[in-house]
Ligand binder design. Sequence first.
Ligand code: CP
Length: 310
Amino acid sequence: HRGLVGIAGLASHEIRFLLDEAEQWVRLNRLPQKRDDRLSGLTIINAFFENSTRTLLSFELAGKRLGADVVNMQVAQSSMKKGETLIDTATTLNAMHADAIVIRHHSSGAVQLIADKVDCPVLNAGDGQHEHPTQALLDALTIRTAKGEFNGLAIVICGDLMHSRVARSNILCLAALGAEVRVCAPPSLVPSGIEAMGCTVFTDFDKALDGADVVMMLRLQMERMTGQFIPSPREYRHLYGLTQERLVRAREDALVMHPGPMNRGIEIDSNVADMADRSAIIRQVEMGVAIRMACLDVLTRKVRGTEGWQ
Ligand code: CP
């Protein structure tokens, strides 16, 4: 079985294949009858050990719209609260013969650990500071839908690069697709060696924005800070916040993105986040359901006896 633990494990033609597959589900999801029964009889377990609104709900909707039985593990009421280990939890889930397991976990590497212990595909819904591959895929689909091909696009990712699994997955994904990826953060939030992932590092947001086609803002993840110096929220907005005045440095048709949840008034101003003609933030959520349908469909083809991916 093959799961989706990270963008790092994908070739660029596989990324494009998943984006192409998702397009049919964007169309289906816009119809009143959003149903296809290709996963009928399959069971999907969502096990989220960390909070989520968008990812959990869209994986649940994705499975249900494809006809699967979807079960959400109630982590707060689970035996992990009595001290059961992650590996024992994984082998317990495995014994229930799920056909796919979707995991979000606060520790980097936890999803791979579970994937190594179970017999079905495991999909990473975000693990610690490591990867959030379906977020990167839905972001890529949002960009492709608005801008066409990736070659020649300058895409800025600005924010808490140090703690962001979204940044890591997006840098790998967008670089593999041929975009110019510029990342920007305060010096204390730039991980060493990040350039090796295929991006150029800026600490001056105004310079990073020069002529950009896409501006992707990241949440300042206060809950993950462990002693780094960071500017106060007011200073952060002044230096790294996406304001209307600052957005004029990007191209006049530049797309504004944010994976959510947003800190309005810190990394992005409300009057930018809500720009009807420029902001793709709501469209990102729509693409999220389609991408997760594509991933569940493609990754369960083997168990359904149909052609695997590609
Ligand atoms: N973007 C994202 O992962 O949002 P949630 O934490 O709400 O799932």
